[in-house]
Design a protein around this ligand. Structure first.
Ligand code: SF4
Length: 177
């Protein structure tokens, strides 16, 4: 069997969604019977390849880099999946949306430190004026909510893709039955 390509991406999130993905433990081995993980924080490949079957995205779109990356990844992925509330609603990452970007940078990098007197524009990531959920900047095929989604939600979702069966994510949220 030719394995399909599988990727995960970490944008503006805390990595908790990836930790939960890893909490599938030995069930990841089952998934690897069907997929090769070709790009992810948990593997060492640096370039996002062509023709990825499914890409899981953790985190919101907060920086110029995030935006550039997710647009390229969208073009190379058959299915894009927003995993976790930061990717889906912006969640905690959007707390800064209530403030002007200049004030956020000032507070984060200057006001509370006596080391820097001006913003290090070379090394501080270029932030977008506001934080966006992934589906507001590119088309998203599936949503897996939770902060983070539980490991079993990852497992059952990926299994449903493999078996081409329907998947109901609400059973893993407080809105489920
Ligand atoms: Fe972290 Fe929760 Fe955001 Fe996932 S949804 S990146 S666990 S804050």
């Amino acid at each position: 069997m030719v394995k399909k390509r599988f990727a995960t991406v970490w944008l503006d999130g805390c990595s908790g969604c990836h930790m939960s993905f890893l909490d599938m433990d030995e069930k990841i081995l089952e998934i690897l019977e069907y997929f090769d993980i070709v790009y992810s924080p948990i593997v060492d490949f640096k370039e996002f390849p062509e023709e990825v079957f499914i890409t899981l995205v953790e985190g919101a779109v907060s920086s110029v880099d995030d935006l550039d990356k997710i647009k390229k990844i969208r073009k190379k992925s058959s299915y894009l999946v927003s995993i976790g509330d930061c990717a889906i609603t912006r969640n905690v990452t959007s707390m800064r949306n209530s403030f002007k970007l200049a004030d956020v940078l000032d507070c984060g990098y200057l006001k509370n430190t006596d080391i820097h007197t001006e913003l290090d524009k070379e090394n501080v990531p270029k932030l977008l004026e506001k934080v966006f959920p992934v589906h507001e900047v590119v088309n998203v095929d599936y949503f897996l909510p939770g902060c983070p989604p539980p490991a079993d939600a990852f497992y059952q979702f990926i299994k449903s893709i493999i078996e081409n069966k329907p998947f109901e994510s609400t059973q893993y949220t407080r809105f489920g039955k």
